[in-house]
Write a protein that binds this ligand. Structure first.
Ligand code: ATP
Length: 355
């Protein structure tokens, strides 16, 4: 599905006015609204059904106004009021996943970042082509079950919060897998997971140079995943299976982490490769993204996914992180987004950070 408007026509409502920042009321919306307000941009909450009352409890993160639709499929009907309000949409995991990446990319409202990235992220095969061609180490992928020679994880496409994933300790165990959608079979990597929150600004001078701009590290988390993270307490896999217990990866929360300082060069190198290849492939990924991978005992970092937008793990750092504090005390990813919009506007470069 394509957009009806040209890039220039889509950005037209922003001409000569201070933009508003709009996102779906979910996921990281409190942080996005808080960051917008802190930068003097008016936050607009998009909601399905009536606004949630909990926003009243957080005055610094409460949108100035809500735009409501009865169901997710009606979100495109908000295009006209959002354009009228001079809104810039900030994509987050729930927004893109609930609406669907194609429908989201077809909205004729200015979007923060490059909307072309969504098509590369939502298709795990395209995402792998991107990362592999950038020289980023990834878990092995098996095209066919017969190639499997060790433990594997079977994953569905899109951001499903790890829902329905299947673990098999060997090829034989894969026979129990019944697919319910498009999937990939990956090597199961043993190690420690890190979810690294980066931000790429094509319009910022100085800092860690990458592409035409600057690469920033704003935070890092690890996800709590039910029930896999606690399952070990109940003993070996076979015994669990006999008891009818299968591991699942449904995200239930996030914990802050930091990386050994000596591993930071590796983290920046991987993130910079991903950005630079994105520029060659589709004009660049702009703004927040998360490099999600596993550090093995040999200190090899294998990337299993890149989320090309703000991730919920950044919610840990609304008042800054051990990394963002070294750039500017108290800087959240939500505020960094609003700051980028303001800087782009002040320098006449909005078209470089919006699509
Ligand atoms: P989200 O979109 O919420 O990030 P998702 O549905 O896209 O989730 P992934 O992030 O790819 O799924 O994986 C979910 C979880 O599965 C990871 O957080 C990690 O714990 C585990 N995982 C994924 N790939 C591997 C792998 N190759 N080896 C070991 N564990 C893995």
């Amino acid at each position: 599905m394509g957009q009806a408007l040209s890039d220039a026509a889509r950005l037209q409502p922003l001409e000569g006015r201070t933009p508003a920042i709009a996102t779906l009321c979910s996921h990281s919306s409190l942080q996005i609204f808080h960051g917008a307000r802190a930068e003097g941009l008016s936050p607009i909450g998009i909601c399905v059904g009536p606004p949630q009352r909990f926003y009243d409890a957080f005055p610094l993160a409460k949108p100035d106004r809500f735009l409501s639709v009865p169901k997710v499929a009606d979100l495109p009907t908000l295009v006209a009021p959002l354009r009228e309000a001079g809104a810039i949409l900030v994509p987050h995991g729930s927004f893109v996943e609930y609406l669907g990446p194609e429908k989201f990319a077809a909205l004729d409202v200015p979007v923060f970042g490059n909307r072309a990235v969504l098509g590369w992220e939502s298709d795990r095969r395209k995402e792998r082509d991107w990362l592999e061609s950038a020289g980023v180490p990834m878990p092995d992928r098996y095209e066919d079950e017969s190639e499997v020679d060790g433990p594997v994880i079977v994953k569905y496409y899109g951001a499903k919060g790890g829902k329905g994933f299947f673990l098999a300790k060997n090829r034989e165990a894969l026979a129990d897998f019944t697919p319910t959608g498009p999937y990939v079979i990956q090597e199961y990597v043993l190690g420690t997971r890190y979810y690294m929150h980066f931000f790429y600004s094509p319009i910022t001078d100085g800092g860690y140079r990458c592409g035409s701009g600057s690469l920033e590290l704003l935070g890092m988390d690890r996800r709590d995943e039910a029930n896999i993270d606690e399952l070990y307490k109940l003993g070996a896999q076979e015994e669990l299976l006999k008891a009818g217990l299968r591991p699942t990866f449904v995200v239930t929360g996030n914990v802050p982490v930091i990386l050994r300082e000596s591993l930071l060069p590796k983290a920046f190198d991987v993130a910079a490769r991903i950005v630079e290849r994105s520029i060659e492939l589709f004009g660049g990924m702009v703004g927040p993204f998360c490099v999600e991978g596993i550090m093995t005992e040999d200190l090899e970092f294998k990337v299993f996914e890149v989320s090309t937008r703000i991730v919920a793990g950044t919610n840990l750092f609304i008042s800054g992180s051990p990394y963002s504090d070294l750039k500017e005390p108290g800087l959240s990813t939500g505020r960094r987004i609003a700051r980028e919009v303001k800087h782009a506007r002040a320098t006449g470069r909005l078209a470089e950070v919006l699509s």
